[in-house]
Design a protein around this ligand. Sequence first.
Ligand code: SAM
Length: 240
Amino acid sequence: MKKRGSRSRPFGKQLTDGLRVQGRGVWTLNSDSGNTVYGESVRRIAKEEWRRWDPHRSKLGAGLQRTSGNLTEILPSAGSRILYLGAGHGTTVSHLHDLVCGEDNHLGGRILAVDLAPRCLRDLNHLASTRNGLVPLLADARRHNEIAAIMPYRVDWLFQDVAQASQVEIFLAACKRFLKSDGLGLFSLKAASERWDEEGERALFTKVAITLEESGLDLVESIELAGFEEHHMLFICRRS
Ligand SMILES: C[S@@+](CC[C@H](N)C(=O)[O-])C[C@H]1O[C@@H](n2cnc3c(N)ncnc32)[C@H](O)[C@@H]1O
């Protein structure tokens, strides 16, 4: 989709070469200038094109609005290696690509974007055709050997948004197998995909937080996404 912004004056505050904030708005430097991915707003500063990260379309984007931490500590840095489980149509992946790869992947990052739906892979492959460093994979997040065949190393940053039953177990197993020590693992929990007991959603969120910590991850922050995504919690963990 082509979309061009009209303003050319600097706006907001630049946090890194590829990340800018204005008020609560988060923007990434488009690594595929002239093209947008999901109809997001665009602004131009001289030859740079910035894409607004829509918190209503991306759970990570929503988490960035709500975090009490620094965005630069939560987000992967330029050149990072990322494993993304449940990549969907590439909305969030595209912003991560702006940050870790940049135009023609001059930053040297790599994102393995895994999804088991062929219709998602079509969109991810289309995205990857103009975004070097993005590698889509049609696979089940639970099939580690298929992932390891493409990515035989550990990653700096792992994100999971599979919205299916046993999300916690899938996340813990993926962190154990693929996340570097000191790497960051982020996990969007969809309450509706799990069985709740009579204590309800709040008890489920608490139970999951305890499970993450008992499994040896340091829970950095739990961010409730209600208002952007109902019945979702984003957990940010560090592997010690
Ligand atoms: C909520 S969508 C992801 C949206 C995406 N994270 C974004 O922000 O743009 C969940 C995705 O997880 C995928 N999925 C569900 N179970 C999976 C599994 N076991 N392995 C890989 N992908 C899975 C679905 O096909 C779907 O595309």
